[in-house]
Design a protein around this ligand. Structure first.
Ligand code: ATP
Ligand code: LTN
Length: 328
């Protein structure tokens, strides 16, 4: 049995990239009998401005979506990051063993800071350190994430090793788990960029709550190329991405999909794909709505998880405070 942990930002309604990249792998690890931790990282979300009312809504939505996706709060410790203050406490200590240069190299930081000049916040810069704290507090063995988080995970591993070398064995060096297909779903309107909830246009992502009409419209306008044969070819980025989504929602291989569209064009392919995506989302949407109808129950589940997480996190902090020399 391994300890498995992941987290997502409550920075908007989740999309199918988040689902396939992080949530589904997490549910599989849970069902395989591992000890799971899953939380909404609200203190990561506020590294860019958030409307407080929206943030509250997104937190409840996140909890509802995880539960609807199959997260069982008995098997998975489900909580909200800010309810476990040990995360920010450890982040401060790790800030003091992290070099500026390591954070300056982070591509997510560079992307998000671009064009902001001196107004970019210290929080955005130090974001990966808080993420390392999230992971190291729990002696995490495996972190399932999408491909874009690889560099952040590498930092968490480096910080664990550095800390252990300086202060003695304290942290487990975490392993990363990135699925082979589906770890990087691309934006429908710009298949060279990853699907992202903070993208300027909602055309690029399929949200977990998109209705049939919206899914069809977005699929129909998805960027493809002038080719006519439906086949998997990585250099045809738009089509390759749609075939990946097709594979994920139906379980059909690329070969099976290609065989089904011999002599047919993008029109048929996109219409069918939209239908498959909607059929995949429908039962989850129904469950999400049911969970959202009882916010008190969602809050209760999150608080129960936070209580459990605090116990584990505090035990680790007792160790950390001792080895760095602040416990008298
Ligand atoms: P934002 O656009 O606000 O930065 P995001 O959509 O990139 O957010 P995160 O909350 O940063 O989502 O990511 C949550 C999890 O989903 C992470 O494990 C991340 O790697 C994964 N993920 C995000 N986008 C994709 C994607 N396009 N394909 C696969 N996995 C993804
Ligand atoms: N940085 C991640 C979210 C995140 C995370 C974590 C993922 C914060 N803490 C700990 C895995 C483990 C993101 O933006 N997707």
């Amino acid at each position: 049995m391994s300890r498995v942990l992941t987290a997502l930002q409550p920075s908007g309604i989740l999309h199918i990239g988040n689902y396939f990249g992080a949530i589904e792998p997490m549910v599989k690890m849970q069902d395989a009998g591992n000890e799971n931790f899953l939380f909404a990282v609200d203190y990561h979300a506020i590294t860019v401005p958030q409307d407080p009312e929206e943030l509250r809504k997104n937190l409840l939505f996140a909890a509802a979506a995880y539960l609807a996706a199959g997260v069982d709060p008995v098997k998975t410790t489900l909580f909200q990051q800010s309810r476990v203050p040990q995360h920010t406490e450890l982040a401060w200590i790790l800030n003091c063993v992290t070099n500026m240069g390591e954070l300056e190299r982070m591509t997510q930081y560079k992307d998000k800071a671009r064009g902001k000049g001196e107004s970019v916040t210290v929080g955005l810069f130090s974001y990966p350190v808080l993420m390392a704290a999230d992971i190291l507090l729990y002696n995490t063995d495996i972190v399932p994430v999408g491909d874009d988080q690889k560099q952040h995970l590498e930092l968490a591993r480096d910080l664990a090793e550095r800390f252990n070398k300086r202060f003695g064995e304290t942290f487990v060096v975490p392993g990363v788990q990135i699925r082979k297909t589906g770890a990087r779903i691309m934006a429908l309107d710009h298949p060279e960029n990853k699907m992202s909830k903070s993208a300027p246009s909602p055309k690029g992502f399929i949200s977990l709550m998109d209705d049939e009409k919206t899914v069809l419209k977005k699929m129909k306008s998805a960027v493809t190329d002038s080719g006519t044969v439906i086949e998997y070819d990585e250099s045809r980025k738009g089509l390759a991405n749609l075939m990946t989504i097709y594979n994920l929602v139906t379980g059909k291989s690329y070969e099976e999909i290609a065989a089904a569209y011999v002599g047919k064009g993008y029109g048929d392919f996109k219409t069918d794909l939209a239908g498959h995506v909607s059929a995949f989302l429908a039962p989850m949407q129904e469950k999400i709505s049911k969970y959202l109808a009882d916010p008190e129950e969602l809050k209760r589940i999150l608080e129960e998880g936070a209580e459990k997480a605090r116990g584990i996190a505090e035990a680790k902090m007792v160790e950390v405070r001792k080895v760095i020399g602040v416990t008298l």
